[in-house]
Design a protein. Structure first.
Length: 284
């Protein structure tokens, strides 16, 4: 393999993509990942990213810049003379970084762009009840998630799957798609397709204000909202002065006269919450 590749990523989701490149014989000359963070019990343990741990096992040089525009980092990055850069679940890059390699920089995104541009594409696809989602590789440009599309691969979403379930299957599909993309770029030339920006939909970052459950919605909508935020960060509500996260549910559509949001329980092993057109059965 003649390509010199730099890989950028941080969480577990990115590791299969890095692994498949290494195991396919590509020369990954360096890995860029997040700085180590303190965590664990008492916040006293220094925790490395999943990508860093794998890179260290493979004796791949690891760079952990705090500032991607810093002159020293840019010079060090250039010294690796990469032909191609690959981004999987990392930070937004400045142009001086993404425009450096001769073959460009491509990103793996967890949706069928231009749908679900943003930080949480898997979650919002499940929240919105999509039955099909997928992954996209695209060349990075100035505006986030707007670059020209190289490859797309689809996958089904089951009616009871959580965002976590989809995430775990998508890691595998994403890795295969990254490898296919590298092979296509290597074979060249690439005819990347311009996105239809009028079809774009947002997938904004998940915060407290957009993860609270609205029990005035339909039973199906509430169920999808909960599974789309499970297991992390978790859809939440308040009850008896406490804050509760609900992670797994089922639902029934039925007519009733119970006020919306009312908790109905047998006081033993189960409870449900009334919504306009039925109830949400809480399992976890």
């Amino acid at each position: 393999m003649s390509l010199r590749i730099i890989f950028m990523g941080t969480p577990d989701f990115a590791v299969p993509s890095l692994r498949i490149l290494v195991e396919s014989g590509y020369e990954v000359v360096a890995v860029i990942t997040a700085t180590d963070k303190y965590g664990g019990r008492g916040g006293k343990k220094l925790i490395q990213s999943a990508v860093k741990r794998y890179a260290v096992e493979q004796n791949i040089p690891v760079l952990q810049p705090k500032n991607l525009k810093a002159e020293a980092f840019v010079e060090e990055l250039a010294s690796y003379r990469a032909d191609l850069q690959i981004v999987v679940a990392f930070r937004m890059l400045p142009e001086v970084v993404w425009n450096m390699p001769r073959l460009g920089t491509f990103n793996l995104h967890g949706s069928l762009l231009p749908k679900y541009r943003g930080a949480a594409p898997i979650n919002w696809a499940v929240i919105n009840g999509e039955t099909v989602t997928g992954v996209t590789t695209f060349f990075i440009q100035h505006e986030i998630d707007t670059g020209n599309v190289i490859l797309q691969r689809t996958m089904p979403v089951g009616p009871e799957e959580t965002a976590g379930d989809v995430h775990d299957r998508m890691m595998v599909l994403g890795a295969r798609t990254v490898l296919e993309t590298v092979q296509a770029i290597e074979a060249g030339p690439i005819e990347a397709a311009v996105q239809d920006h009028e079809q774009a939909t947002p997938a904004p970052k998940l915060r407290a204000e957009n993860t609270r459950i609205d029990f005035t919605q339909s039973a199906l909508s509430v169920h999808n909202f909960i599974r789309g935020l499970s297991p992390f960060p978790g859809a939440w509500t308040t009850y008896q002065e406490g804050k509760w996260k609900i992670l797994r549910t089922s639902y029934l559509e039925e007519s009733h006269e119970v006020p919306t949001g009312t908790v109905v329980s047998d006081q033993k092993s189960s409870f449900s919450i009334a919504v306009a057109d039925g109830c949400i059965l809480v399992h976890e």
